[in-house]
Design a binder for this molecule. Structure first.
Ligand code: GTP
Ligand code: GTP
Ligand code: MG
Ligand code: MG
Lengths: 278, 292
């Protein structure tokens, strides 16, 4: 961006370009730049370096969240569902999440509730077998909610601490598929009141403005508790999560950083914002 | 909505019929905003706007009763032109066997497209064979096998320990004897910046010389479509694109970016998870979708 430049239209345009090319979107970018201009007037910031820092701080402030989900220690089993549109990385992410919990000694049950897509069951099973994690499977074509119901029964009976539910990818524009997810939630809540305790939207970092539509639709249907942002090891900045946090207050909790089982981290707003400007 | 916004701008003309620099600036900003909201890349949108600038503010617009509508018509037709004009025919030379290689980022829809293409080509009197050359993703071979079985198309999956190149060469060698005249090779998803994985594709291309290399792109891709397309084109060479998941509500501005950067054709549109849900890519429909 070029520090120590004049605080003029060119400088603001340059900042605007960084935000837009990071997939923040026009609306969020305009709001943020306008807020920045107000701050510049109020606090009489002079150097471009100060303004740059003010922008970074504002972006970090937007992304920081207070964890509102139920305390994991108070619910046993703690149920987490992974939802999202097709191909974003749900199955891979659930395997990573399970592995992470297993490393900290937890008893985890995986549920292969994608009963639709070709080899979805096999895909999750292979991850589970490789890392010795118990998985509940079903026949392709069986009812997704029924699989989850049976899995919760098993979890209660055998005292699992975590139940992680993999669901089929679906476009949020398909109302029958969104209904299927709502039914999944109702059925799980019948077995374990309060389940699912965490509903993570798995979002691909290469996603553009449609990410907002996805977050909106999945949130309206299910009450999302967080986002698992995948493929941030690619060149996309994933800035859409800033617009989502700003507009819907849904926080990013985890990040996928590759295709291997250990490739996940907790979301770090500091690192994320610094990366936008690298 | 764009028509109303532009009409607003033109209605506020202070000079009788003559557009001021401010009006011009505002009009172009409004169109640029629409493109950016549709995920058209920042630089591509900028270039596009400068391309339409002269025409969008020429005499025809200024003297029109509905200048807003006129501008949109110009922008729309410029978009259609840049997107390829009309649907492109997918012609593959017969090479005994011919070969199509599908490449792209993780999760873009390659394996599903392989099945779709197989069904499509079978309908055009080809005898396709599906080749599962993704040895990394768990159950990738199983996935393609199940798809192949569902449409009665032969599918060859890599043997344990076999490399993608070996599998593809083996199938290509066997093809004439087995009566297969076209190979559809499904490869693993990869990042365009992964030099090792890109090298694997280059080797596949060199040894197999596929007639078509198709970059499969998710229609909800944002600004990064430019970087992905240009790197695949630069490192590997791309013959065309397939844009997937268009049955969703992504505006699909990535399509414009792909065309602007490479000028290669967008051959197909994926419009669902079923193998029958493949359509030719229609530039005029896409232009309307981008403009919202
Ligand atoms: N580079 C990279 N690839 C990832 C990441 N997470 C997932 N993937 C890849 O993305 C592709 C799709 O992953 P899946 O886990 O099958 O995605 P999904 O959401 O379950 O897909 P559907 O169930 O078909 O909707 C696979 O090739 C994964 O290896 C990540 O963080 N980085
Ligand atoms: N709605 C919809 N879903 C699609 C379309 N094309 C593919 N999918 C879905 O997108 C997800 C990913 O598709 P795959 O074919 O596995 O993608 P891939 O590129 O082979 O993934 P990797 O091999 O992991 O890189 C699956 O759930 C598909 O069913 C489409 O046109 N529309
Ligand atoms: Mg999956
Ligand atoms: Mg695949």
């Amino acid at each position: 961006v070029g520090l120590n430049r004049n605080i003029d239209r060119d400088f603001l345009d340059a900042l605007e370009e960084v935000l837009i090319t990071s997939d923040l979107g026009v609306k969020a970018t305009i709001e943020i730049i306008e807020d920045l201009q107000d701050k510049v007037k109020q606090s009489r910031l002079r150097s471009s370096e100060d303004i740059y820092d003010a922008l970074k701080n504002e972006l970090k402030r937007i992304l920081i969240y207070r964890d509102n989900s139920p305390a994991e220690t108070r619910c046993s089993p703690y149920v987490v569902t992974f939802v999202g549109v097709n191909g974003t990385g749900k199955t891979t992410s659930i395997a990573k999440f399970a592995y992470r919990l297993k490393q900290s000694g937890k008893r985890i049950l995986l549920v292969a509730a994608d009963t639709f897509r070709a080899a979805a069951q096999e895909q999750l099973s292979q991850w589970a077998q490789r890392y010795d994690i118990t998985v509940v499977n079903s026949q392709a074509g069986s009812d997704s909610a029924a699989v989850a119901f049976d899995a919760l029964e098993k979890a209660l009976a055998q005292k699992y601490e975590y139940v992680l539910v993999d669901t089929a990818g679906r476009l949020h524009t398909k109302s029958n598929l969104m209904e299927e997810l709502k039914k999944l939630n109702r059925v799980m809540a019948k077995k374990i009141p309060g389940a699912p305790h965490e509903t993570l939207l798995v979002l691909d970092a290469t996603t553009g403005q449609n990410g907002i539509q996805q977050a909106l639709a999945f949130n309206q249907a299910l009450n999302l508790t967080g986002i698992f942002l995948t493929k941030l090891d690619g060149t996309a900045k994933g800035g859409i999560v800033l617009a989502i946090k700003k507009e819907l207050d849904i926080p990013v909790k985890y990040v996928g950083t590759g295709e291997k089982i250990e490739d996940m981290v907790e979301f770090d707003p500091e690192e994320f914002v610094e990366d936008i400007f690298r | 909505q764009l028509t109303n916004k532009l009409d607003q701008i033109f209605r506020n003309l202070t000079n009788r019929g003559k557009l001021t620099p401010a009006n011009i600036h505002e009009t172009l900003r409004e169109i640029r905003r629409v493109l950016l909201e549709a995920d058209v890349n920042y630089k591509v949108a900028k270039d596009f706007i400068s391309q339409v600038e002269a025409e969008a503010l020429g005499e025809e617009v200024i003297s029109s009763i509905t200048p807003g509508q006129k501008v949109i018509k110009i922008v729309h037709s410029k978009l259609v032109e840049l997107l390829g004009g009309s649907a492109v025919s997918f012609d593959i030379p017969r090479r005994e066997p011919s070969k199509i290689m599908l490449v792209g980022l993780q999760g873009s829809g390659k394996t599903t497209l392989a099945g779709k293409l197989a069904l499509y080509l079978k309908g055009k009197n080809w005898s396709p064979v599906l080749v599962a050359a993704d040895i990394y993703r768990p159950a990738a071979g199983e996935q393609l096998n199940i798809l192949g079985k569902s449409i009665s198309i032969p599918t060859v999956v890599f043997e344990p320990g076999e490399k993608p190149l070996e599998t593809c060469l083996r199938v290509a060698r066997e093809a004439p004897r087995r009566g297969w005249d076209i190979l559809i090779m499904d490869t693993a998803g990869r990042l365009q910046i992964d030099t090792v994985m890109m090298a694997e594709l280059k080797q596949l291309k060199n040894k197999l010389t596929p007639e078509k290399i198709i970059l499969v792109v998710d229609s909800m891709t944002g600004q990064e479509a430019v970087a992905v397309a240009s790197e695949f084109e630069k490192e590997l060479g791309v013959d065309g694109f397939a844009l997937t998941k268009l049955d969703g509500d992504a505006r699909g501005g990535a399509a414009l970016s792909l065309r602007a950067i490479t000028m290669k054709p967008i051959l197909f549109a994926g419009v669902g998870e079923k193998l029958s849900q493949l359509e030719p890519f229609y530039p005029d429909r896409m232009a309307s979708r981008i403009l919202g």
